[in-house]
Design a protein around this ligand. Structure first.
Ligand code: GRF
Length: 197
């Protein structure tokens, strides 16, 4: 059983999906950390009986905040870290020290549409497909090797909100699948590449 730590900043619907998919899996969420005290996702974790921690980032240099995160994760015996709507950029040092054990979900078909305001940009570009990606985290933003992706159609009448809701549904199916693959050892990060077995 792999012990998982989930980092959130907001509503935590992906955290909810990871919690819901735990039974029968080879992972167990042991700790949820938020940089925001107001994150609704904290309540989801508490309801599920999972330990929570708030580590505010305000007024701290990035390295100090990341050091506190790292210490809390290690103290909690965490082996895999999932970013789920965690709105802080992690330092290179943090990303390197958790390399291969740190994953994120991003609401686009990476490498397309890294960064923010994804759905607005996808609609603006008149794409017909979008989706979600779970990827290993490397120092460069949204650039790590992809573990799994799910695609959804983009309709001409879509607003960013409608498209975001469609992508989010796909995220909720995708993230647990990808985490299971990692916890089961079916995917590894080797020499900067995702290797599947
Ligand atoms: C998701 O769209 C995820 O892809 C992005 O942030 C959003 C988080 O939503 N990284 P939630 O907090 O999991 O509901």
């Amino acid at each position: 059983m792999k012990k998982v730590g989930v980092l959130i900043s907001g509503r935590g619907s992906n955290l909810g999906a990871l919690i819901a998919a735990q039974p029968g899996s080879s992972y167990e969420i042991g700790l949820v950390i938020s940089n925001m005290e107001s994150a609704a996702g904290l309540q989801r974790a508490e309801t599920a009986g999972i330990a929570t921690l708030v580590i505010p980032h305000k007024g701290k240099p990035r390295e100090v905040f990341d050091g506190e995160l790292d210490a809390a994760l290690k103290k909690g015996g965490v082996e895999i870290v999932c970013l789920a709507g965690f709105m802080r950029i992690l330092s290179d040092g943090f990303a390197r020290s958790w390399e291969g054990r740190l994953v994120n979900i991003h609401p686009s078909l990476l490498p397309a549409y890294k960064g923010t305001h994804v759905h607005e940009r996808v609609i603006e570009a008149r794409e017909t497909q979008s989706g979600a990606s779970v990827h290993f985290v490397v120092p460069e933003l949204d650039a790590g090797p992809v573990i799994a992706q799910a695609s959804v159609p983009v309709h001409p009448s879509d607003t960013p909100e409608i498209l975001a809701a469609r992508v989010l549904e796909a995220e909720h199916r995708l993230y647990p699948q990808a985490l299971r693959m990692l916890a089961d050892g079916k995917v590894k990060l080797e020499k900067g590449m995702a290797v599947f077995s």
